[in-house]
Design a protein around this ligand. Structure first.
Ligand SMILES: Nc1ncnc2c1ncn2[C@@H]1O[C@H](COP(=O)(O)OP(=O)(O)O)[C@@H](O)[C@H]1O
Ligand SMILES: [Mg+2]
Length: 343
């Protein structure tokens, strides 16, 4: 439908072009400066729910229209530039405004399909995330059980052996010296095995985390790090530790361990700073090194999943994770964990 003031009848080419627009699968609406409709194609009338034959020269103000579309038109007029917005009316529409002199053209696209695909993608991403969180929990549970069993059962049995041999040594006066020596050797080996059992158990899940809390576990892990790497850790904390959900505490601790492992493997630094702040709203942990740093862009296109896993683990339970680094400038991991669940 065409307003003659703008397209004279003899301009047949223009007319033909506009007739082509009539059959488009996108809606087109053209308004003059007074909001009179000077062109609208079939699709636009359908989408907006208007009878195409009855709205020639009608002013927009006289028509029934969703407020979101009215707002969009007002905004397009005010800004006088091309704008694109997605709005939800009866279905999802994408509106694109095009300004040419005193005319305002609006392209209306039905984006139900696109929105549906986006929703599906989002849902499947959420399912994967939930599954991942569930698997983390199951894994931590298993590790904790295994750690306890190894420590208790195996540890107790080994101590039992040791006591038996000790008993023989103390009670038999007439053992040949080589037997005494062998038995002492066995005791030494049992002691070492007890040490190994403790290490394995601690690596699976440090009991200190459950018995003494996050702060103690972080400090202990820093000491372990210094023992194996020789790199000193300056450990500081602010505020007072509060009782915190086990899942969050575990996630913070695991990410901290992974950060220290990364420092050991990649940083080539001479010291590490750790700062933990216990606030009322959140726990913030910062781990920085003065090592060689790296360009974070490499994280986007490499196969190693350490940093990706840390970020995912923290974000999936409502926290924030960032890694800041530059070549030659060291690396800083910043983790924020809110203490309250989001409503
Ligand atoms: N503290 C750090 N110092 C220097 N480089 C680091 C540090 N942490 C991470 N990186 C860089 O980021 C990369 C990705 O780390 P990550 O995802 O944990 O994978 P991985 O440790 O298996 O290589 C590392 O390969 C390394 O190049
Ligand atoms: Mg790593």
């Amino acid at each position: 439908m065409l307003e003659e003031k703008y397209f004279k009848k003899n301009e047949t080419v223009s007319l033909k072009i506009l007739m082509l627009f009539e059959g488009l699968s996108d809606g087109i609406l053209v308004l003059d400066p007074d909001d009179q409709i000077i062109f609208i194609n079939k699709k636009a009338s359908e989408v907006l729910g208007w009878d195409q034959d009855k709205i020639n020269r009608t002013n927009l103000k006289a028509l029934d229209m969703d407020q979101k579309i009215v707002d969009f038109i007002t905004k397009a007029r005010n800004e006088a530039t091309e704008i694109v917005e997605e709005i939800e009316v009866d279905s999802w529409l994408e509106l694109e405004a095009i300004v040419k002199d005193d005319l305002l053209g609006i392209v209306i696209r039905d984006i139900r399909g696109r929105k549906k695909a986006q929703d599906e993608q989002k849902n499947s991403y959420e399912s994967i995330r939930n599954l991942n969180t569930h698997m983390q929990l199951a894994r931590e549970d298993e590790r904790a059980t295994l750690a306890r069993e190894i420590h208790d059962q195996l540890g107790q049995r080994l101590t039992g052996f040791k006591m038996e041999i000790d008993y023989i040594l103390r009670k038999s006066q007439h053992l040949e010296s080589f037997v005494t020596e062998k038995l002492r050797n066995v005791i030494n080996q049992i002691d070492r095995t007890i040490g190994t059992v403790r290490n394995i158990s601690r690596n699976l899940r440090p009991g200190i985390l459950d018995d003494f809390g996050l702060l103690a576990a972080l400090e202990w892990q820093a000491d372990e790090f210094t023992k194996t790497s020789g790199i000193p850790v300056f450990f500081q904390y602010l505020g007072e530790e509060k009782q915190t959900d086990n899942q969050k505490v575990t996630a913070i601790f695991r990410v901290y361990q992974e950060s220290l492992t990364n420092i050991m493997r990649h940083a080539k630094c001479t010291h590490v700073n750790v700062l933990v702040s216990f606030g009322n709203e959140k726990i913030v942990l910062e781990v920085s090194d003065n090592g060689q740093g790296f360009d974070p862009a490499i994280l986007k296109n490499q196969k190693s999943l350490g940093v990706f896993g840390m970020k995912e683990r923290i974000e999936s339970i409502g926290g924030k994770f960032e890694i800041e680094s530059r070549k030659g400038q060291g690396t800083k991991v910043i983790l924020e964990m809110p203490l309250k669940m989001k409503p």
